[in-house]
Design a protein. Sequence first.
Length: 263
Amino acid sequence: MSSIYTMGIDVGSTASKCVILKDGKEIVAKSLVDVGAGTSGPARAISAVLESAGMKKEDMAYILATGYGRKSLEEQGLANKEMSELSCHAKGAHFLFPNVRTVIDIGGQDAKVLEISNGAMVNFQMNDKCAAGTGRFLDVMARVLEVKVSDMEELGMQSTKEAEISPTCTVFAESAVISALAQGTDKRDIINGIHKSIASRVSGLARRIGVRDDVVMTGGVAQNGAIVEALSEYLGHPILTSPLTQYNGALGAALFAYEKAKK
């Protein structure tokens, strides 16, 4: 029997991710392009993942899109179907961590906490009205501090004390950072404060639905170990992450695509 290849595409607000799966089990290739919805990012991510796998679009039994810009992909004929990122994140996290009960996903524009039962989402809380506690929040803070987002984890870990940064609003937090810099506060202490403020905000979101082990963190912000550690302290639970954290939504979409291809 020949193998079934499926593709999942996660079009986020800030990045486009693709995963190709073989028989719903093996990751054949993945790609990430640092621009998301409304750009050339999704098409470029699809080209990159196909090239990496040495395959053509026609080799895919089913292509499923998820994420912020998922609807446009179905309209453009780049995907067979689109599906909510909540379901896809639940599916992807369960594939990577079969005992997952709580998924904390911090993306570019929103933060979401999912309650998982037997691999499926049964409840969720989402912060999508405000950029505080998201990847966008980190981008803004990094720009004000004149540091790279990728360097924030290490800098925050070097802090000797935490500068108080309000987690309530990106605009207020930006003002607080500028004010702290003017007073000569060490950048590392400000970054530590920023990490703690994100952890504080997201832990509040998580407590609304209850936190149960295993707790898994996904999304680009999960690559910042200082935030993962701060969040773990706030919640009183260990947090698991995977090197595939940014691909979790695309992985879930590829898994759903496999189920549809089998039907």
